[in-house]
Each structure stands twice: as structure tokens, then as C-alpha cells.
Design a protein around this ligand. Structure first.
Ligand code: UGA
Length: 431
């Protein structure tokens, strides 16, 4: 029997499943709850509801310590720490929708035996409101910083662990600290409001870095500079750092777009106008439109043209297509009169639901055969292995817009492509 504290997890999305599986791996007995019966049944059979490297192995290895349920009473039995991992999607106004968090709190209010550990990303002030509503409940804010695609690795090797608790909830915070202790990483013990702000500010800052380098890329195109060289030179300054300076067609996913809007809206609700974040959002939207401009430059018109999209997920190593650039691009291309054919190594199921008017190919080469141009949307490693000279021969016209600066311009030029990327000089075949 492990001496690790047993825990409960509410909400089996990315954060919930990773939290459950990783704490089980560390020795805790874990019960994870979701309201979706199909999801719970699939997990009981050992099937993960999404693709995440390392997850299948974790589920298999920890079968005895990981239990999945739809029954709240099973979760509450003998477990003090309950991790709230339900999603907080944006509402039309950009505020975070807290209805699922509210439902969890309702299920627990009146209990003085349980501590709610908030992993869901919530606006600053949420913890204080929950404590007013359910004063008997212990409450700790413990934001999650994992990235999809490297989620297990990120959880097991955190840069820092943030634990926010207010007076009276130190016992629950200490228990949480003990659970995280084997993982190392700098510990930030703070108050609830500051912990909530750390999460929003960190995501908004990373999104700002991306929009900043994307604007630098756009200027590089005008002055003939190469943004990858510029980012390299900037990033070596330790005050700047080299990460999140990859220019491209903008950020997507379930977190950055949502959290940037939520922080902007949170500030707005207090009467503070967060100027910078408006620009961060606008630049991110404009960046996708620039791809259309690049295609038109080479094809004159998109009407009746066949355009291949390479990659549909919002980044590699995930099948998540929430707020993916591919969705915006496919809609815009179709709006311009183009026929869109796409390939993604793992997102085919999600794509057939989300992009019903797009033809899905079984391989990148099949998608590009007969196409007038291709756009690399997601930097899946397999796109780096293609025989580009062979692909060029099969396309109606070998034009490629690399939205992630993933491929080598010289290789593409030598293969016969007109190759455009983001913030790097255009490469055209010499003969
Ligand atoms: C992000 C944060 O990185 C995590 O720390 C955080 O925990 C998570 O949100 C969350 O709040 O749950 P994630 O959305 O999984 O993680 O993915 P990232 O790897 O951060 O990528 C986000 C987007 O930015 C992707 O579309 C990616 O292509 C884009 N990106 C990233 C760039 O365009 N340039 C870069 O240099 C880096």
C-alpha cells in the first residue's frame, strides 16, 4: 500500500486525465469523474479519449490505482483533495464560462472534509467567490502549465508548482505540496488571487511573444531579413529567452485564444482597458489572412483552385483542433472559391466532423497530387521526410506556403517549388 494521499479528479479532459494518470503513477489511488458515460466506459477499457504521447502507457501501467466513474459519491468517499479540472470555455463576451465549475462547487458545498484544488483556468476572483459561497470547503488554487503533446513530460518535470491558499486553508495547501514534492520544480506558495493571475498572465505573455515575433516576421518580409535569424539573435539574450519566438500563422488551441480573451475581459470588467492584449488578438487573426495573400500572389485568383492543407491540429503531437489555424484557413479558402483537400496524421476523425466540406486525403502526397498550391499548417515531423521533387511533379503547380517555417527553403527550391514562408525570403526555382 502506498503512503501517498488518495485523490479525486473532476473532469476528464486533457488536464484532468494527465493529473489523474500522473498522480497514480506517483503512487496515489485516484478516482476520476466525468459526466460523459461513454468517455468513462472507454477509459475503463483502457482507451484514452484523445491522443497524447505517453498516456496509453500510463493508463496501462496504473490500471490498479486509476478508477473512472460518473458517480460523485464514489469520488468523495475517503478522499480529501479533489482536483477541479472541468473546462472553462469562453462565452460570447470573452468571459470564462464557469458553469461547470459552479456545478462542482454545488456538489461539494456543505462539506468541511474536502478541499477543492482548482486546476481549471479561472479568472482572478473566482476562488474568493467560491469561498464566500461554500465557506466550509477548503480551497486551493493550483494552476496547470502543461502543454498538449508534451503534457505527461511537463507534468512530471514542472518548471514551477504554484499553490495559492488563503488563511485557514494552509492544511490543504501543505497536503498538496507533499503530493507535488517528488516532482521538484520551484515552489511558489502564494495567495489564491495571485495564483489565479499567474496562470492568466503567463499564457497572455506567451501569446504576446508569439504575436510580437509574427509582426517582426512581417517587417522582415518587407526589408528582406530572415525572422529565424532575428529570433535566434534576440533569444540568446537571457532576458528575452529563445522559446515562443517561432513565427508562423498564429497561435491556436484551447488555451491561448481563450485565456487572452478572458484576461482582457477580466480587466475590462474592472474598468481597466488592457490595450496590449487587443493587439495581440488582432495580430493573431491577421496572421492567418496573410497566407491567403501569399497564395493569391502566386495563383492570381483562388477561384476554382485546388489547395492542399498539410496538418489540421493546432500543433503537432495532438489531435486537438480547437481554435486551430486550419479551421480559419479552410473557411477562408472556400470563401474565396477554392477547393480544399487536407491531410493530418491523427486528426482525421475530428476533421470529418469539423470540416465536412473539406476532402480528407490519406497522405500528404495524396493531398498535394493535382493541387495548385499547398499550405503547411501544422509542423508534423513526417512533412520533413517527404520526397519534395517527386511531390512537385505531381502538383498542378508546385507552390508551397510554409505557415510554420518548418521546411528548408533551399531543399524546396531545388525540388522545383516556389516556396513562401513567414518572415523569410521567398525561394523560387532557378530555372
Ligand atoms: C499552452 C501553454 O504553453 C501551457 O503552458 C499551458 O498550460 C496551456 O496553454 C494551458 O493553459 O492549458 P498549449 O495550448 O498546449 O499550451 O500549446 P503551446 O505549445 O503553448 O502552443 C500554443 C500555440 O502557439 C500553438 O498553436 C503553437 O503552434 C503556437 N506557437 C507556439 C507559435 O506559433 N510559436 C511559438 O513560438 C510557440
Amino acid at each position: 500500500m502506498s503512503d501517498r494521499e488518495p485523490i479525486g479528479v473532476v473532469g476528464i479532459g486533457w488536464v484532468g486525465l494527465v493529473t489523474a494518470a500522473c498522480f497514480a503513477e506517483l503512487g496515489s489511488d485516484v478516482v476520476a469523474l466525468d459526466i460523459l458515460t461513454d468517455k468513462v466506459e472507454a477509459l475503463r477499457r483502457g482507451e484514452a479519449p484523445f491522443y497524447e504521447p505517453g498516456m496509453a502507457e500510463l493508463l496501462e501501467r496504473n490500471r490498479d490505482r486509476l478508477h473512472f466513474t460518473t458517480d460523485m459519491s464514489e469520488l468523495l468517499e475517503g478522499r480529501r483533495l479533489l482536483f477541479c479540472c472541468v473546462d472553462t470555455p469562453p462565452t460570447y463576451s470573452g468571459d470564462a464560462d464557469l458553469s461547470r465549475v459552479d456545478a462542482v462547487v454545488s456538489g461539494l458545498s456543505g462539506s468541511s472534509e474536502h478541499a477543492l484544488v482548482m486546476k481549471s483556468t479561472v479568472p482572478a476572483g473566482t476562488g474568493a467567490a467560491i469561498c464566500r459561497r461554500a465557506p466550509e470547503l477548503s480551497y486551493v488554487s493550483c494552476p496547470e502549465f502543461l502543454k498538449e503533446g508534451t503534457a505527461v513530460q511537463d507534468f512530471m518535470h514542472p518548471d514551477r508548482v504554484v499553490i495559492g491558499a488563503d488563511a485557514g486553508d494552509e492544511g490543504a495547501a501543505d497536503a498538496l505540496e507533499a503530493l507535488y514534492a517528488p516532482l521538484g520544480g520551484e515552489l511558489v506558495r502564494t495567495d489564491v488571487s495571485s495564483a489565479e493571475m499567474i496562470k492568466l498572465a503567463a499564457n497572455a505573455f506567451l501569446a504576446t511573444k508569439i504575436s510580437f515575433i509574427n509582426e517582426i516576421a512581417n517587417v522582415c518580409e518587407e526589408v528582406g531579413a530572415d525572422v529565424t535569424e532575428v529570433a535566434r539573435g534576440m533569444g540568446l539574450d537571457k532576458r528575452i529567452g529563445s522559446s515562443f519566438l517561432r513565427a508562423g500563422i498564429g497561435y491556436g488551441g484551447s488555451c491561448f485564444p481563450k485565456d487572452v480573451s478572458a484576461l482582457k475581459q477580466l480587466a475590462g470588467n474592472t474598468g481597466y482597458h488592457f490595450q496590449l492584449l487587443n493587439s495581440v488578438i488582432e495580430v493573431n487573426e491577421l496572421q492567418k489572412r496573410r497566407v491567403i495573400g501569399k497564395l493569391v500572389k502566386h495563383l492570381d485568383t483562388l477561384v476554382g483552385k485546388r489547395i492542399a492543407l498539410l496538418g489540421l491540429s493546432f500543433k503537432p503531437d495532438t489531435d486537438d483542433m480547437r481554435e486551430a489555424s486550419s479551421l480559419v484557413l479552410a473557411a477562408r479558402l472556400q470563401g474565396e472559391g477554392a477547393e480544399v483537400v487536407a491531410y493530418d496524421p491523427v486528426s482525421e476523425d475530428r476533421a470529418s466532423e469539423l470540416l465536412p466540406a473539406v476532402t480528407l486525403a490519406d497522405s500528404a502526397v495524396e493531398a498535394m497530387a493535382g493541387a495548385d498550391a499547398a499550405v503547411l499548417v501544422t509542423e508534423w515531423p513526417e512533412f520533413g521526410e517527404l520526397e519534395w521533387a517527386e511531390v512537385a511533379k505531381q502538383m498542378a503547380s508546385p507552390v508551397l506556403v510554409d505557415g510554420r517555417n518548418f521546411l528548408d527553403p533551399k531543399t524546396l527550391r531545388d525540388a522545383g517549388f516556389t516556396y513562401e514562408s513567414i518572415g523569410r525570403p521567398t525561394a523560387t526555382p532557378s530555372s
